[in-house]
Design a protein around this ligand. Structure first.
Ligand SMILES: [Fe+2]
Length: 284
């Protein structure tokens, strides 16, 4: 399965958070400057209840994309069949624009450790993950997007750079890339690499979505905490990403210190302005 990235972008989205359900539902139709929402799939892989009821209502007015944190695509055994069955059930219900997860592993022998661990960047790992991805894509009958994770350690057995690993996995499996620009920035500081080199190495026809988020600066290292507004160096890197990949669906993730919805909508307006300015300048 090798589908090209979408040629048209659905625009600018936000992560859907329960804190904002009532504000979203109370907004007059067409008044909220959000083009789509991204849901955390696992929060809705449940038999029923308020979250699903809220999602069904919001889905009537907004396109939705699904983003998971527990597929564990890189684990030795690959994603569990039970997980994939639940995911497919949610896909059938939501009819998302696309489905994503992370290029990582999150557990071992069926134990979910609820963290996004980096993989060893080796040819063997490329082949292993690509096999897992193909199985998932065949089952879900669609290409999936996989996000580059932030990392704080690396394996001594690494034989390639992270950006070459991300590219090789996409090419070998036919999957698409969810490019988290903040994660690239966080890892570039922690590991001491040039984020431009990362952007320049990725294939231009595979990047279908961009994540933006804030982080915490601890002096000698930074952590991907999603509890602050997007920082200036990440905005600058976002503009660089747009220059390389063109207009790509972009969203802001906030998972802690969640502000009122309008504050995130204003931050999203900044992404719109940067995209417009960057792409107009590129076209001139
Ligand atoms: Fe992300």
């Amino acid at each position: 399965m090798h589908a090209p990235a979408l040629t048209t972008s659905p625009g600018f989205g936000l992560g859907l958070r329960p804190d904002h359900y009532s504000e979203i539902l109370a907004a007059p139709a067409g008044s909220l400057e959000v083009d789509w929402f991204e849901i955390l799939s696992e929060n809705y892989m449940i038999p029923g209840g308020k979250p699903l009821a809220m999602l069904d209502k919001i889905r009537q007015d907004f396109p939705v994309v699904m983003h998971g944190v527990s597929m564990s695509i890189g684990s030795q055994d690959g994603p569990s069949s039970e997980y994939l069955q639940q995911l497919k059930k949610l896909i059938d219900r939501v009819q998302p624009l696309w489905v994503s997860d992370h290029l990582c592993w999150t557990g071992y022998h069926g134990q979910n450790m609820h963290d996004l661990f980096p993989l060893p960047y080796t040819e063997e790992a490329v082949k292993h993950v690509a096999r897992n991805i193909k199985r998932v894509q065949d089952y879900l009958e669609r290409p999936i997007l996989l996000e580059n994770v932030s990392s704080y350690v690396s394996f001594t057995c690494d034989s390639m750079k992270e950006w070459d690993f991300v590219s090789a996995v996409a090419q070998e499996s036919g999957s698409l890339i969810l490019l988290d620009v903040n994660n690239i920035y966080v890892s570039s500081v922690n590991h001491g690499f040039d984020p431009q080199q990362y952007l320049q190495a990725l294939p231009t026809d595979r990047v279908q979505q961009i994540h933006l988020a804030g982080h915490s600066d601890n002096g000698d290292h930074i952590i991907d905490t999603h509890d602050h507004p997007v920082t200036d160096p990440v905005w600058a890197l976002y503009a660089d990403a747009l220059r390389r990949f063109g207009q790509v669906a972009t969203m802001i993730e906030r998972d802690d210190n969640i502000p009122p919805l309008q504050e995130l909508v204003s931050e999203l307006q900044q992404a719109r302005r940067i995209a417009a300015d960057t792409l107009i300048a590129e076209a001139a």
